[in-house]
Ligand binder design. Structure first.
Ligand SMILES: *Cc1c(COP(=O)(O)O)cnc(C)c1O
Length: 225
């Protein structure tokens, strides 16, 4: 299957749902991203700030660039001038740095808060209590150059579909609960980023508004080039 065929078939699965396709182009060369662009794809996800900045320079400016990987505070400056959405905000410190760099560019940068929903013992993401205390803090309210627009999560890497489904369900329920709370002026819950190549169908059924798909579009990644 060509990149175009893969995108067309994924887009046709999304018709009628409120879910957008983020083409995860990390490690992919410019030519492959250009091929996806020719096929009509405009939203791309990367996980390294400098790689994303290089690709931004070389590709058409109507692409929306999404940061989906763990972001170190000292790398925020590379993407602040152009990034559309940062999915992977996992600390207040990072949010404060994004706010600072966004102010330097006279921008308001949209962010998702990454939630730790998997069984796996990864280091990244908030738990529910941390999220609730962040959302009610005056420190968050004071950040005028960021906007929190939703949540992101990654399910456990497993073939156990009912485990994946229950993790997505829990995240969706949390998202709905927060949406109904009284929130600060810079918090507007409207996006729920969940689902990758192996679990996106479950994620869509469980209320995802953004699926992040790499392998099912571009094929297996080659990390050693
Ligand atoms: C790499 C990556 C993806 C895409 O993974 P695939 O399995 O190739 O679809 C999605 N989300 C995040 C956070 C990633 O790092």
């Amino acid at each position: 299957m060509s990149i175009k065929n893969n995108i067309d078939s994924l887009q046709s699965e999304l018709v009628g749902s409120a879910c957008k396709l983020i083409a995860v182009s990390k490690t992919q060369p410019i030519e492959k991203i250009a091929e996806a662009y020719q096929a009509g794809q405009r939203l791309f996800g990367e996980n390294k700030a400098q790689e994303m900045a290089l690709k931004y320079e070389q590709l058409p400016k109507d692409i929306e660039w999404h940061m989906i990987g763990h972001l170190q505070t000292n790398k925020v400056k590379y993407l602040a001038p152009f990034v559309s959405l940062i999915h992977s905000v996992d600390s207040f410190k990072l949010l404060a740095e994004i706010n600072k760099q966004a102010a330097k560019c006279s921008r308001v940068i949209s962010c998702l808060l990454q939630m730790h929903i998997a069984r796996e013992d990864t280091k990244f993401g908030f738990d529910e209590n941390e999220l609730l205390s962040l959302l009610s803090s005056h420190e968050l309210e004071a950040l005028k150059n960021i906007r929190v627009v939703g949540l992101m999560g990654m399910a456990t890497f497993t073939e156990n579909e009912s485990l994946i489904r229950s993790e997505f369900q829990n995240l969706h329920q949390l998202y709905i609960r927060i949406k109904e709370m009284k929130l600060g002026t810079n918090v507007i819950m409207q996006e729920l980023s969940m689902g990758m190549s192996l679990d996106y169908k479950i994620a869509i059924e469980e209320g995802s508004t953004m699926v992040r798909i790499g392998t099912a579009i571009f094929g297996e990644r080659n990390y050693n080039q």
